[in-house]
Design a binder for this molecule. Structure first.
Ligand code: CS2
Length: 436
C-alpha cells in the first residue's frame, strides 16, 4: 500500500515493485491511496491502474508501462477502504510520499486506525516506510504514530512498538509534475490517451534502513536494486543538502530571473557555476557519503537533462517547509565549523527577493506555500529597506533557527547579497559569489 499517489511514487517505488513482479514474485502490487484529490485516482482506476512512464536522459529515451498499481482510492473520500486495506492479511508493506506538510496528527490517526484493526484481527505487524524528503523520516513518522496510539490504548502502543517497523529511507528520482505535454507525448509515442502519463530520468536510488517487520523483505528489495543499510543518514544528508538544497536555490533564482526549468538554468554558465559552488563550498564539507565529487558532477548532469521539464516554480512550492530541512543543517554546520557560507547567504537573499512576487523583468507570479501570505506581507512591509527585510525574514521562527537575525557571521552576509541583487541584478551577484 502506498499513501500519496503523486508522480513521484508512480515513477519510483511502483517501478521497483514492477521489477519484483517481472522477476516472478506475483505477491507484489500496490493499493495506491491519494490523500485528497480524486481526479488522478479516478483517472487511473478508469485505466486499470496502467500508465506510461517516459524514462529519458541525454543518451536514451524509452517508455515503460508498469502494472504494479492494483487499485486506487482516496483517503478523504473512502477512509474506511484505506483502513481496511492496511488491515488486509496480504498487506505487509506500507510506503508514504505525502510531502513535508503531510506529517500531521490526521495522517497518524489514519495509519493507527489501520494498525489497530490489524492487531484486533490477530495479523502480523507491517513495515511503514516514509519516503519523503525529511531527515530521519522513519523515526518522525514513528513518533507521530506512537503519540496517537498512546492516547488510545497501551496494548496497541505496545503492539506497534513490538511488531511494526518504521525504517528511515532516502529516495531519489527527479519526476516533474505531469503536464499536458506528457499526455501528448504518450499519445504520439504509444497511440494511447493516457491521463496518468509521466516523464522521469533513468537514474533512481532508494536507500533504506535494515529495520523491517519481516526481515526477508530486505533481501527482496535488495534484489530489485534497493540499497539496504544500517544507517541511512550519510545518504539522506547528501541527498537533502546537495540535490534538494541546490534545487531550492535554483527554484528561487529561476523565479527571480524568469527562466522556466532547471535545465534552462543549468544551461546558463553563471547559474551552473553557482550550483557547483553551492554544492562544493556549502554542502560537501560536512557530508560523509563516499565519492562526493562524482556525486556532485552526476547531479549537475541530471539537472541538465533536456528531457525533464522540471519547473522552478514547482520546486519553489512549500519552500517555507523545505528550507529548514535543506539549508538549515548546512548553515548550522558552517557556523559551528567557522566556515564561509557565501553561496548559502546568496541563496537566502534570492529567497528574500523571490518573496516580492515579481521577477526581474517585472512579471508577477504566484507562490504555492502555506506561509505565502505571511511571508509576502513581511517582504512588502519592508520594501525598499534591505536591512529591515533581512531582520524580519530571518526572524521567522518556523524557518530559521533562533538568533539567526543577530548572527554576525550570517545576517550581514545575507544583507550584503540582497543589496547586490537589488543594485546590480542576480546574475552579477551569482558571478561575484563564485569568485569570492
Ligand atoms: C524537489 C524534489 O520539488 C522538490 O522540492 O527538490 O522533488 C526532487 O526532485 C526529488 O527529491 C528528487 O529525488
Amino acid at each position: 500500500m502506498h499513501l500519496g499517489l503523486g508522480a513521484f511514487h508512480r515513477a519510483h517505488q511502483a517501478l521497483v515493485y514492477e521489477h519484483l513482479i517481472a522477476g516472478g514474485d506475483p505477491r507484489w502490487g500496490v493499493v495506491g491511496v491519494a490523500m485528497r484529490s480524486t481526479q488522478l485516482a479516478d483517472a487511473l482506476a478508469a485505466q486499470d491502474g496502467l500508465y506510461a512512464v517516459q524514462i529519458a536522459d541525454a543518451d536514451s529515451v524509452r517508455w515503460q508501462i508498469p502494472g504494479a498499481l492494483l487499485r486506487t482510492c482516496v483517503a478523504a473520500r473512502e477512509r474506511q477502504q484505506v483502513v481496511d486495506a492496511m488491515a488486509a492479511p496480504q498487506t505487509r508493506w506500507i510506503t508514504l510520499t505525502v510531502t513535508e506538510k503531510g506529517y500531521t496528527p490526521e495522517l497518524a490517526a489514519l495509519i493507527v486506525d489501520g494498525l489497530a484493526q490489524r492487531m484486533k484481527s490477530g495479523l502480523p505487524g507491517v513495515t511503514v516506510a516514509s519516503c519523503d524528503n525529511l531527515s530521519d523520516n522513519g523515526r518522525k513518522l514513528q513518533a507521530l504514530c506512537l503519540s496517537d496510539a498512546v492516547a488510545r490504548d497501551p496494548a496497541l502502543l505496545a503492539w506497534i512498538e513490538a511488531r511494526c517497523a518504521f525504517p528511515n529511507s532516502m529516495v531519489d528520482r527527479i519526476v516533474p509534475a505531469a503536464t499536458d505535454a506528457q499526455h501528448d507525448a504518450a499519445a504520439a509515442a504509444l497511440g494511447v490517451d493516457d491521463r496518468g502519463a509521466l516523464s522521469t530520468e533513468a537514474f533512481w536510488e532508494w536507500v533504506i534502513e535494515r529495520r523491517m517487520a519481516d526481515p526477508s523483505d530486505a533481501d527482496l528489495l535488495a534484489r530489485a536494486g534497493v540499497t539496504v543499510v544500517d544507517d541511512v543518514k550519510p545518504f539522506e544528508d547528501a541527498k537533502l543538502r546537495m540535490l534538494n538544497g541546490s534545487h531550492t536555490a535554483l527554484a528561487m533564482i529561476g523565479a527571480v530571473q524568469g527562466w522556466a526549468t532547471v535545465a534552462d538554468g543549468i544551461a546558463q554558465p553563471g547559474v551552473r557555476r553557482f550550483v557547483h559552488a553551492f554544492m562544493t563550498r556549502v554542502a560537501m564539507p560536512s557530508l560523509s557519503r563516499p565519492g562526493l565529487p562524482d556525486y556532485r558532477d552526476a547531479l549537475l548532469a541530471r539537472f541538465a537533462n533536456p528531457h525533464l521539464h522540471h519547473r522552478a516554480h514547482q520546486i519553489a512550492s512549500d519552500s517555507s517547509l523545505k528550507i529548514p530541512l535543506r539549508w538549515g543543517p548546512p548553515l548550522a554546520d558552517a557556523l559551528a565549523a567557522g566556515r564561509e557560507l557565501e553561496p548559502l547567504a546568496l541563496a537566502c537573499a534570492a529567497w528574500m527577493r523571490y518573496l516580492r512576487g515579481e521577477d526581474e523583468a517585472g512579471r508577477a507570479y504566484d507562490m504555492s506555500d502555506p506561509q505565502a501570505e505571511a511571508l509576502k506581507a513581511l517582504a512588502r512591509q519592508h520594501a525598499g529597506d534591505a536591512e529591515g527585510t533581512v531582520r524580519a525574514l530571518l526572524s521567522v521562527a518556523t524557518i530559521w533557527p533562533a538568533g539567526c537575525a543577530d548572527e554576525v557571521r550570517w545576517a550581514p552576509r545575507v544583507l550584503h547579497w540582497l543589496r547586490r541583487i537589488d543594485a546590480g541584478g542576480l546574475a552579477a551577484a551569482l558571478d561575484e559569489v563564485v569568485m569570492a
